[in-house]
Ligand binder design. Structure first.
Ligand code: FES
Length: 548
């Protein structure tokens, strides 16, 4: 019985009257519209406006929209500061917030509007938990900026800091670039974490193909948002729930998208977390195996020259799906939220004439191997190498060990890191950070100094999607829990053998046993509040760093 007709719900009705709802509106299906708007970042700045357009679509299709908001944390604004610790934590808080609103208000269906990095997996986690008919709306990328005649993104900004430290650019150049790198609202402008996860949402089937591609400030986005509102009612009428969408095959397709588009290493964490919420078995090594088999077919930054806006103009994620489907790489026995199949998406995809953003699978941009999952004596539970389609390699080098991102950044900026070094940054894991910070200040500085390929970075923290270079993150078990990374000493030989998917510490077992016997956790100020709760409940990165 609806609230409008239930005699005992009269008190609830009184509050709905107070909001201006009619009894007719109370009888209609309610659609919760979760927006991750905050006024603290450009990434999600359009969400209020989009929520209004989604609401219009909901009303037009016979539903009653109910908008609500969550928090969101900007990765770029917090990068390199203690504030970055809040970033991965925010994924759990956003997922919990959407879930709680769904449980409290018993929506019949839901639309989640997401943009900045953690908001995308968080919403998908909540959709899996609530399991009510739902649609995800990715709010879209920022346009690239233009600086001194070339297109630039936030990636150029971070790498400029490294170039400044070796005198290639001046502080005036950096300041001028900062004024031009980010021309307006939207998520970071290439295949960094947010766009990687927006693409994952398409390939999982929770978001309609083609909508997320539209840049945040493009006029077409508003009409697309209205259509998403109407789609929520259609999904409700079909009683299509996330549990019917989030299957093993759907996760396979999502991993394929990350592999084919050289997506962010963060996708590994987030896919594991979403799968866990959906009750789908997914092992970190499965992600590695798929990435080893699928070539890179897009030429997007940070590993190529193009931006997300270029991909949109070229044909979008639908064109990527078409190329993968035609090559038999995608599985077709999946359900997409808009009722189409991957074959339907492929059949309707249109590649812009002359585009070279998306290649054919049999003549790819780079060979297979966007990411690799390594194990070994330094990472018994696994870690993630951003292989980036490089040929397999063996790298042996002396460890340069730092117990925080800041210590390491200072060493790089002062010229104390040289070619061949293996930089080890530890106590930055999920529990140890706490919050598993992204090491963009370090990777940006290394690339800016020309050391991106000659220095290897190994950490129990993680990387921004903007990061490039020879980087290995998510080392598990993490140092805080006494993983072998806690035992590395300056000068130890670290060996990366990518063909064997191996990361080893070349130190005799007896020596390591001796070090373990003498190991204690470093003293740290006691964390309070949410970080303390998070550190106490978060699990391993190799399981998605979820809280239990
Ligand atoms: Fe929000 Fe990049 S910092 S998308």
């Amino acid at each position: 019985m609806s609230i409008a007709d239930d005699p005992d719900r009269a008190p609830a009705r009184s509050h709905l009257y107070a909001m201006g709802l009619s009894e007719e509106e109370m009888r209609r299906p309610t659609v919760g519209i979760a927006s991750t708007w905050t006024g603290t970042m450009p990434c999600n700045l359009t969400h209020r406006d989009l929520a209004r357009h989604v609401a219009t679509g909901v009303r037009g299709a016979g539903g009653t929209p109910m908008e609500f908001n969550t928090i969101a944390v900007s990765d770029n604004l917090t990068m390199g500061t203690p504030g970055m610790r809040a970033s991965l934590v925010s994924r759990e808080v956003i997922a919990d917030s959407i879930e709680l609103m769904g449980r409290a208000h018993q929506f019949d269906a839901m639309v989640c509007i997401v943009g900045c990095d953690k908001t995308v997996p968080a919403a998908m986690m909540a959709m899996a938990r609530l399991d009510i008919p739902s649609v995800l709306l990715y709010s879209g990328s920022m346009m690239p900026g233009t600086w001194r005649g070339r297109e630039v993104t936030i990636q150029d900004m971070w790498e400029a800091l490294g170039e400044r430290s070796v005198g290639r650019v001046s502080q005036e150049d950096v300041d001028d670039l900062a004024r031009h790198a980010c021309p307006g609202a939207g998520t970071c402008a290439a295949q960094y974490t947010a766009n990687t996860m927006g693409t994952v949402a398409d390939f999982l089937g929770l978001a309609p193909f083609g909508v997320g591609d539209i840049p945040a400030t493009a006029p077409e986005k508003k009409a697309a948002a209205e259509q998403v509102g109407a789609l929520a009612l259609d999904v409700l009428s079909r009683d299509l729930r996330p549990s019917a969408i989030l299957t093993q095959d759907a996760f396979h397709n999502a991993i394929v998208s990350v592999a084919a588009m050289a997506g962010s290493t963060n996708a590994v964490l987030h896919l594991l977390a979403i799968a866990r919420e959906a009750g789908v078995e997914l092992a970190i090594d499965t992600i590695g195996a798929v990435c080893r088999a699928v070539p890179i077919i897009t030429a997007l930054k940070p590993s190529g020259p193009y931006t997300a806006a270029d991909l949109w103009r070229a044909g979008g994620t639908s064109l990527v799906a078409a190329r993968l489907f035609e090559a038999g790489v995608l599985r077709d026995s999946v359900t997409l939220v808009d009722g189409r199949s991957p074959a339907d998406v492929a059949a309707s995809a249109v590649g812009t004439e002359g585009q070279d953003v998306v290649a054919e699978v049999n003549s790819p941009v780079k060979p297979p191997g966007a990411l690799a999952i390594l194990r070994g004596s330094l990472a018994p539970d696994g870690c993630v190498l951003k292989l980036g389609g490089r040929p397999d390699f063996v790298r042996r080098g002396p460890a340069r060990v730092f117990d925080s991102e800041e210590e390491c950044f200072e060493a790089i900026q002062s010229g104390r890191i040289t070619e061949g070094d293996v930089v080890v940054v530890r106590y930055e894991g999920p529990a140890g950070g706490p919050g598993m910070r992204e090491m963009l200040s370090i990777t940006g500085a290394l690339v800016g100094q020309g050391l991106g390929e000659s220095v290897t970075l190994v950490t129990d923290g993680r990387f921004s999607g903007v990061s490039r270079g020879l980087v290995i993150g998510h080392v598990a078990p993490e140092a805080w829990h006494g993983g072998p990374i806690a035992l590395v000493a300056d000068g130890d030989t670290v060996v990366v053998d990518s063909a064997r998917n191996a990361l080893d510490l070349d130190v005799p077992a007896e020596e390591l046993a001796e070090r373990r016997a003498g190991w204690t956790r470093p003293e740290r100020p006691v964390e309070r509040g949410v970080l303390s709760k998070y550190a106490a409940t978060v699990g391993s990165a190799s399981d998605g760093a979820v809280t239990v």
